[in-house]
Design a protein around this ligand. Structure first.
Ligand code: NAP
Length: 367
């Protein structure tokens, strides 16, 4: 290409893995000083190169004027590049963070974390990392390098084997949702889901010490809730569809098991739904109305914003806590771990509620 004089040389490939972006970014970093280059990878896996390419030396990047007018696969709108990723501020010093999972296209994390970085003037950008394998993700983390990741399905447990250290809380839960890449390249794992449960409750109850709390479910999120609440001195009860995981968790955390048949006789300060029952358009609820005897009901599900379970709980006179508060608080804790600054929690909740509202408007108008 250099044989032909040009204002810019544009090199575009299609990324089929996250690591393909590393190849492009390294190429731009190596050649960007010598030639006027524009480089990026197409495809969903290449979206990160549309932001990081500029950081590595691409003179400019491409975006669509409006949604629906994309001219290449993976192209994002100019508005998203500017408002969410703050492309005009991305430079060599910009730290890179992201949410890693499969799938991640609908994650609300880029909206909430980039808003927090903007509000607190942190020179950082947060991307969606669609990792089809853990190996691909780890290559990207090491090579770009990425300073921190929010880990989501299906890698929360598997990533533990690739970390250099984890805090004791994360080891007990057996799942990691937050990774920090230290200066020396070592990877440290944390779990912030417990903060996502404990913080909204502490804002409402005077103390969690001695509070009677029922956790429905015994999966990863329930484990984070049970251990987090036990650390605060709560009296924790577990109800799960399958006996085995509930027994194991109750034994490990010194919590108690509850039989569904006994629920009508029991009263709690808080009931927490840590199962996917009630997600999406279903009318299913994890408990029937007569089984809801509690001052507060907390549903981890945030889509829909108000589940049928929360509606039932309101009818029973309980105060309700929607899952989006958990989402915002666990993200706020990640922000604190990564930056050492207090998180702009109110702004984070505002942005994520807005994003959920926009999503719900889009799905209503497309019906
Ligand atoms: P998980 O590890 O797969 O555990 C799922 C739990 O739900 C298990 O205890 C399972 O019981 C139970 N369950 C699944 N389907 C059920 C059904 N039809 N009826 C009764 N119980 C059922 O999932 P997770 O990661 O813990 O997530 C649980 C929920 O929390 C999900 O809805 C997730 O979206 C939500 N969550 C929200 C946030 C947030 O920020 N708001 C964060 C994390 C998770 P068995 O043992 O019988 O299979």
């Amino acid at each position: 290409m250099v044989a032909y004089p040009a204002d810019f040389y544009k090199v575009v490939s299609t990324a089929t893995t996250l690591a393909d972006n590393v190849t492009m970014i390294k190429f731009l970093a190596r050649q960007g000083d010598r030639h006027s280059l524009v480089g990026m990878c197409m495809g969903e896996q290449g979206i990160i190169s549309r932001v990081l390419g500029v950081r590595a030396g691409s003179v400019f990047t491409f975006a669509s004027a409006i949604a629906g007018e994309e001219t290449a696969p993976g192209q994002v709108t100019a508005q998203e590049l500017r408002n969410v990723y703050r492309i005009e501020r991305v430079d060599v010093a910009t730290r890179v963070y992201g949410v890693a999972g499969d799938p991640v296209a609908h994650s609300l994390s880029p909206a909430i974390m980039n808003a927090a970085f903007r509000r607190e003037n942190v020179n950082a950008v947060y991307l969606a990392l669609h990792a089809k394998t853990l190996k691909d993700l780890l290559t990207c983390v090491r090579e770009i390098p990425i300073h921190g990741i929010s880990v989501t399905m299906p890698y929360k447990e598997a990533i533990l084997h690739h970390l250099d250290n984890t805090d004791s809380h994360t080891t007990k839960i057996g799942a990691c949702n937050t990774v920090v890449r230290a200066q020396d390249g070592n990877l440290y794992g944390f779990n912030t889901d417990a903060s996502g449960i404990v913080r909204p409750l502490e804002r409402r109850l005077n103390t969690l010490e001695g509070a009677r709390i029922l956790v429905i479910g015994a999966g990863g999120a329930a484990r984070a809730a049970v251990f987090g609440l036990k650390e605060r001195g709560s009296e924790v009860y577990i109800l799960n569809r399958t006996a085995g995981p509930a027994k194991k968790l109750a034994h490990q955390a010194r919590a108690r098991i509850v039989k569904r048949a006994d629920l009508k006789k029991l009263a709690f300060d808080v009931i927490i739904n840590a199962t996917p029952v009630g997600m999406g358009n279903t009318r299913d609820t994890p408990l029937q109305d007569k089984e809801i005897n509690s001052r507060y009901v907390f549903d981890m599900i945030y889509d829909p914003g108000e589940t049928r379970f929360l509606k039932l709980a309101k009818e029973r006179g309980a105060q309700v806590i929607p899952g989006i508060e958990m989402f915002a608080h666990q993200a706020a804790r990640q922000f604190e771990i990564w930056t050492g600054k207090p998180a702009p929690w109110d702004e984070m909740l505002r942005v994520v509620l807005l994003a959920l509202q926009e999503r719900s408007n889009r799905s209503t108008s497309s019906k």
